[in-house]
Design a protein around this ligand. Sequence first.
Ligand SMILES: *[C@@H]1O[C@H](CO)[C@@H](O)[C@H](O)[C@H]1NC(C)=O
Ligand SMILES: *[C@@H]1O[C@H](CO)[C@@H](O)[C@H](O)[C@H]1NC(C)=O
Ligand SMILES: *[C@@H]1O[C@H](CO)[C@@H](O)[C@H](O)[C@H]1NC(C)=O
Ligand SMILES: *[C@@H]1O[C@H](CO)[C@@H](O)[C@H](O)[C@H]1NC(C)=O
Ligand SMILES: *[C@@H]1O[C@H](CO)[C@@H](O)[C@H](O)[C@H]1NC(C)=O
Ligand SMILES: *[C@@H]1O[C@H](CO)[C@@H](O)[C@H](O)[C@H]1NC(C)=O
Ligand SMILES: *[C@@H]1O[C@H](CO)[C@@H](O)[C@H](O)[C@H]1NC(C)=O
Ligand SMILES: *[C@@H]1O[C@H](CO)[C@@H](O)[C@H](O)[C@H]1NC(C)=O
Ligand SMILES: *[C@@H]1O[C@H](CO)[C@@H](O)[C@H](O)[C@H]1NC(C)=O
Length: 411
Amino acid sequence: MFKLFVFVALLALVSCEVQRIKIHQSGHKRDHRHVKQEIRWLKHKYHQLIESIIVYDYGVPDYVAPDYNNDYYDNSNTDSTTNDTATIEELGNSMNMYYFGTIGIGTPEQYFNVVFDTGSANLWIPSVHCASTDVACQQHNQYNSSASSTYVASSQNFSIEYGTGSVTGFLAIDTVTINGLSIANQTFGEAITQPGSSFENVAFDGILGMAYQTIAVDTVVPPFYNLYEQGLIDEPVFGFYLGRNGTATDGGELILGGSDESLYVGNLSYVPVSQQGYWQFAVNNITWNGTVVCDNCQAIADTGTSLIACPFSAYSQLNQLIGALYVEGSYYVSCSTVDSLPVLSFSIGNGIFELPPSAYISTFGDGNSTYCMSTFTYIGTDFWILGDVFIGQFYTEFDFGENRVGFAPVA
Ligand SMILES: *[C@@H]1O[C@H](CO)[C@@H](O)[C@H](O)[C@H]1NC(C)=O
Ligand SMILES: *[C@@H]1O[C@H](CO)[C@@H](O)[C@H](O)[C@H]1NC(C)=O
Ligand SMILES: *[C@@H]1O[C@H](CO)[C@@H](O)[C@H](O)[C@H]1NC(C)=O
Ligand SMILES: *[C@@H]1O[C@H](CO)[C@@H](O)[C@H](O)[C@H]1NC(C)=O
Ligand SMILES: *[C@@H]1O[C@H](CO)[C@@H](O)[C@H](O)[C@H]1NC(C)=O
Ligand SMILES: *[C@@H]1O[C@H](CO)[C@@H](O)[C@H](O)[C@H]1NC(C)=O
Ligand SMILES: *[C@@H]1O[C@H](CO)[C@@H](O)[C@H](O)[C@H]1NC(C)=O
Ligand SMILES: *[C@@H]1O[C@H](CO)[C@@H](O)[C@H](O)[C@H]1NC(C)=O
Ligand SMILES: *[C@@H]1O[C@H](CO)[C@@H](O)[C@H](O)[C@H]1NC(C)=O
């Protein structure tokens, strides 16, 4: 599909903009329950049927009403002072677990918080037609097609499989607005049912996939493809900065149509996409204090995963190397050792990216105690998933034009 873009770009002589998308962060404290919820969600995403091992030591998750006042993007903030060729959306960050921003759907716009997820390729949001018993749907904003003058019905149903069930509903076509750029005729999923409790108590309403169309359910054209084809941005490129110490309103930044040079140091170091589905690439090797834990392996860059997911052998080896103990589904190290742990060094393309222990160990508190959790997790994949723990340290550019991923240390 992106082969078309060269042609389209030649026709589009109008000057376009690069769009900056602000990412938001919710201010809740992270605890064991959140970590379990996170790992559960990841297993769902990668279709792993391991639900039975999840232990709720806090009982059933509390109902937490979404805090829209804090989490929603304030559109009055749209930065019109820049003379950039890109558009930037700031992203919210919920406990470093997921990052989301606001989009509008329909005319007039109905607003949704979505996770900009490079590990999937469909846009879906909850539908006003969901059941009143669907807790996840009732907790979130719902799309009402009757209230949109630009809605076009589609007779097609959609179903996205997760470990415990499916997100199902029907496809709808409407205008999708990202940071003021309106994509006409975007097809997306109106979710009527959501599986289990996967999407309950989360600050986002839906997901906006940014991977290749080849992994899109029903081969629906992903929004970013249309954004480019409709000439709303100049380059088929986007970049993520994920703040690790962000705030609800300043959690990070997604830039559409380029990269934000002010957010990284030096030049981006590129690696070709090895398979056009996920943003997948080859890693030369990964070493920890001289021990090689990956030699010529595959990895994906996934903004929709918070942790570092490893193949099983690397997962066991790394957690053993850092001296972590397995407690109720996660590995923990003594917090006093964190500062003295060596870096994890990734050789990708011609670059070397060193992940410090302060990044690969996640520190959080429960009451008066502090826990230091290993972010090396296993969710059943034979490739590495470099999630927000990695992207938080290394600004990441996703380039559909050249089919490559670029990394550089964050500024
Ligand atoms: C904005 O961009 C235009 C076109 O590239 C350029 O002519 C103009 O000087 C720029 N303005 C500022 C304030 O940088
Ligand atoms: C959906 O929008 C229509 C038209 O504005 C309105 O009549 C209807 O009540 C809305 N439905 C819900 C559930 O809000
Ligand atoms: C879509 O799903 C609905 C409800 O399950 C069903 O009645 C309908 O026949 C389906 N339509 C298509 C085109 O599959
Ligand atoms: C959107 O669809 C309408 C109706 O089919 C069509 O007239 C219009 O040109 C389309 N717009 C774009 C940008 O594809
Ligand atoms: C996070 O930000 C707060 C407030 O700006 C600052 O006090 C704290 O030192 C920062 N922590 C890290 C790890 O940068
Ligand atoms: C970045 O690349 C440019 C052009 O290739 C080069 O001139 C410059 O020295 C590089 N900067 C760094 C910090 O490597
Ligand atoms: C890792 O890969 C790089 C690039 O191919 C190579 O120069 C380096 O020697 C490798 N390191 C190890 C420990 O294999
Ligand atoms: C790292 O390797 C050195 C040399 O083999 C060893 O002395 C040191 O204990 C190792 N560090 C850790 C934290 O394992
Ligand atoms: C935290 O410590 C304070 C003072 O020791 C104590 O009063 C409080 O109950 C503790 N809170 C928890 C959740 O353990």
